[in-house]
Structures are given as structure tokens and as C-alpha cells.
Design a protein around this ligand. Sequence first.
Ligand code: SAH
Length: 221
Amino acid sequence: MRKFEDTYRHKGLRKKLIENLREKGITDEAVLTAMNTIPRHFFLDTALDHFAYEDKAFPIESGQTISHPYTVAYQTQLLNVKPFDKILEIGTGSMYQSTILAAMGAQVFTIERQHPLYEKTKEYVFKKKYPVSTLRFFFGDGFEGEPNFAPFDKIILTCGAPIVPPKLVEQLKQGGIMIIPLDQGDIQKMLRVTKNEDGTLTEESFDDFSFVPMLAGKNRE
Ligand code: SAH
């Protein structure tokens, strides 16, 4: 079990990162506060400890990545998170994004298809910080969503999706929003899908990003 230490140096670097996010256009104070509270280096290999507060993506297990801090901030800002929102996340990965959402007071349901990553979430001290009902982990295929806990106020995908998954649209509340990096060849276009009261969808496009792909099925190895 690794040791989790948050030193003054880490805190200082994190503060600089927050200023950097502000300069890049992140204005949601709740997002910035959560990202200043949660030590990102806890979610990375100890060898990467001193790089954790650079605005970079890093490898995690199973050939996956922890998203750039800017990407996390950008998606979370678009999600317009409010306390007690019931949020479904597709792609737990390092658990960093899910923890940011929990720190903002949301009720988080997160799905991962890579078993080693799902298993690793057990290691995190943060799990103990939040009641079981605010941060729940599932091993499964995000294309299927979590029908037993639907509907959700918000849905966030942290992998590049080939389509807007129909089952996720079904599991979104009326008036709810889904943030989805939609594949456009080599890059993903950030999309905000709003499910209107009459059931129709409104789609808005934002900036381009680069994500690992959303893959169907589960991987036990
Ligand atoms: N939110 C993560 C980002 C991890 S990268 C973080 O903060 O670190 C995206 C993750 O999506 C990877 O772990 C990948 O295994 C996962 N993923 C890809 N397709 C998926 C699917 N169909 N269902 C669930 N997770 C999926």
C-alpha cells in the first residue's frame, strides 16, 4: 500500500496549476476549488510525483491515461456540477475525475471496463472520505450505462466515443446534460448533449481534445 503525503511543495505546485487553469479560461470556482483540494499526485505512480501538477496527461495501468488537468476542468465546467447531482461517469481510470465530482458534492457512479483499474480504486484513501452513497464503482461496459441506478442528472464520458451511446441517452433525466468527447478521426470534439423536456436532444460543439478510445465490452486481464 503506498503512502499518501501532501506536502507544502505539492500544495504550492497545485496552486500554480489552478492559476494556470484560470488563465486558460476556467471560471467555475467550484471546479477550481475541488481541483485545489484534491491532490492529483495521489492518482499517479510515485515516480511521477513531481510532474503531477504540470498540465499533462500521464500513463496509468492497462495502457490508459489520466486526463490533462485542463481537460478535467473543461469537462467538469461544461457539466455545470451542483451539490447532490446524480452523475454517471464512463471511464473511471485513475479515479481523479470521479473524486473531483465527489468533492463538489455530487453523487457519483463511475464505470470502468479494465478490471485492474477497477480493482485499484480500492487502494484510495479518498474512498473512505466519502460515504459509500456518494462514490460508487462499477466494473462494466459504459455503452450499457447503469440502468439500475438511472436516471442520472448528468453523464460524463472520459473516453473518445464513436457515437452518442443510445442507452446513455435513455438513462439521462429530462433536462439533463451529457458531456461526450465524440470521435472525429484522430481527435475528439467535445459535445454537450441536452435532453429537452420533450425528449428531443440539443447538441452543442466545443473544443477539440485527445482521449483514449471508448471500447465495447469488459476486459478482465
Ligand atoms: N476519468 C479518468 C480518465 C481515464 S482514461 C481519469 O480521471 O483518470 C479513460 C478510461 O475510460 C480508461 O480507463 C478506459 O479503460 C475507460 N473506458 C474505455 N471504454 C470504456 C467503456 N466502454 N466503459 C467503461 N470504461 C471505458
